[in-house]
Write a protein that binds this ligand. Structure first.
Ligand SMILES: Cc1cc2nc3c(=O)[nH]c(=O)nc-3n(C[C@H](O)[C@H](O)[C@H](O)COP(=O)(O)OP(=O)(O)OC[C@H]3O[C@@H](n4cnc5c(N)ncnc54)[C@H](O)[C@@H]3O)c2cc1C
Length: 435
């Protein structure tokens, strides 16, 4: 299992919801084993938990206050960080290829590199699936990265500024395509922000001038969850004046309009595409590793890729069929978290040469945040059925999910101090970023 230097190199690519938890736990577990070296590779320098990106997009979460810098984190937790984008793989020589580091002006800061591994774990997440629908790439924004969330925030503020200082009072139509968790959470948060901006002094910004809509192709929002949750969410969003289109499949996006297969033309000045996911294309170019139709690496229940047992994949970028019905594990932070915990045990067994544990998805329920005012969700319980939750309790449990992630990365005490510090900061600083 070791190389000629008597060191086993575990390389994890992707420091997101799953990858960063995994390297943190591995580094703690193998702290005293000098012959095990853990390296994290990410194409960014910092991490923000992805389920918070819609708050970055609306300006209710300041990215600078909530980022974890990988270099600092690796220093304090005992692993190595390598900045780079995975672009290829050589399984024979056991090396990954990292692309050059290029700045915004196109200047090459560092050349392309190779990084050797003994065990490779891939957790590079997912991006939005545009299903090759005409106009999506041209006219839509998405929340595929923190930068895109920040870009949406900048454009949104610019459009608000234009409206505030313009004579021409045409409404601004913001449309979210995709009635899943991302779309619903984003539209609810935007609604709250519009109200707040009005309160802070931009008088032209209100529910009549900024029109929010959400489009879903199936017959209800949050199709993957229980109908009771969809109904509660529908009622909440409708009461806020958000237009909900169901049974509308987007056929094309045009300048200022969305055309549906059912014949509607929906006015749209800003469109956010949040309808389904696919894994990054690079996974289809990894030296013959098997991928499914949406580019996810196909893995066994041990999370080993089907083609190479020294390569593991998990989180959104992996397709891990579950035993009974071959149903895939859903692309959720919850699954990435569970798989990261399992992979710590897996690595111990793998290095000891014993049988690897298998992954079984445990659905602990889903919580959907409807901005700070509300949350709705279901918690799976051990008694038959599930527990429906709404309001403050659901909001609190949603917040706890993030705190659980923070506690894995920072430890319990730091998380407690950070929470207190954030609470105090919010008392002296508005929670909305307007620049
Ligand atoms: C707005 C929004 C709200 C959500 N809300 C919820 C929720 O409430 N509950 C829930 O369970 N799930 C939610 N999700 C889904 C959840 O965020 C994902 O399922 C989860 O983040 C997947 O974790 P991951 O580790 O697989 O990937 P990610 O967290 O996406 O991390 C991938 C990492 O890989 C890096 N990377 C990507 N490509 C490369 C490359 N080529 N080379 C090097 N590094 C690379 C990225 O920089 C990133 O750090 C939400 C998603 C969004 C967008």
């Amino acid at each position: 299992m070791k190389n000629e230097h008597n060191i086993h190199r575990i390389v994890v690519v992707g420091g997101g919801a799953g990858g960063l938890e995994l390297v943190t736990k591995l580094a703690h577990k193998f702290r005293r084993k000098k012959q095990i070296q853990i390296t994290l590779v990410d194409m960014k320098l910092t991490h923000i938990w992805k389920p918070l990106w819609h708050e970055v997009a609306t300006g209710t979460l300041s990215s600078s206050d909530n980022e974890i810098n990988y270099l600092l984190h690796s220093h304090f937790h005992g692993y190595t960080f390598e900045l780079g984008t995975l672009i290829g793989l050589d399984r024979t020589t056991k090396q990954i290829h990292l692309g050059p580091i290029i700045n915004e002006s196109g200047y090459i800061l560092a050349p392309a590199r190779q990084l050797p591994y003994d065990t490779l774990i891939i957790a590079i997440g997912s991006i939005c699936n545009d299903f090759n629908i005409p106009g999506v790439a041209e006219y839509c924004l998405s929340l595929d990265s923190q930068q895109q969330a920040e870009q949406f925030h900048r454009r949104f503020l610019q459009r608000c500024m234009q409206m505030e200082y313009s004579e021409n009072q045409l409404p601004l139509n913001i449309v979210i395509v995709g009635g899943g968790a991302t779309g619903v959470e984003l539209v609810a948060e935007l609604n709250r922000v519009v109200t707040q901006i009005h309160t802070f002094g931009w008088q032209q910004i209100n529910g009549n001038t900024i029109k929010l809509s959400i489009i879903e192709s199936s017959d209800r929002l949050l199709q993957a969850l229980k109908p009771k949750i969809s109904t509660a969410i529908y009622d909440d969003l409708s009461q806020r004046g958000i237009t909900i289109y169901t049974n509308q499949r987007v056929q094309s996006i045009q300048h200022n309009a969305i055309i549906t297969a059912q014949g509607l033309s929906i006015p749209a000045d800003m469109v956010v595409w949040a309808a389904g996911i696919k894994a990054p294309t690079v996974l289809t170019k990894l030296d013959g590793l098997e991928v499914n139709a949406i580019n996810q690496l196909v893995v066994h229940q041990t999370l080993q890729t089907t083609v190479d047992k020294n390569i593991f994949a998990f989180g959104d970028c992996a397709y891990c069929p579950q035993d009974e019905n071959k149903k895939a594990v859903p692309p959720r932070a919850q699954a990435a978290h569970q798989q990261a915990s399992l992979l710590v045990k897996t690595m111990q067994a793998y290095l000891a040469g014993t049988e690897l544990p298998t992954y079984h998805y445990h659905d602990h329920g889903s919580l959907i945040s409807l901005s700070q005012q509300n949350a709705v969700g279901q918690l799976m319980s051990y008694i038959p059925g599930s527990l429906f939750l709404e309001g403050r309790i659901a909001q609190f449990l949603y917040w706890l999910l993030f705190k659980e992630h923070q506690a894995v990365l920072l430890g319990i005490w730091r998380t407690v101090f950070m929470t207190i510090s954030n609470f105090l900061t919010e008392k002296v600083k508005p929670r909305l970023k307007l620049h």
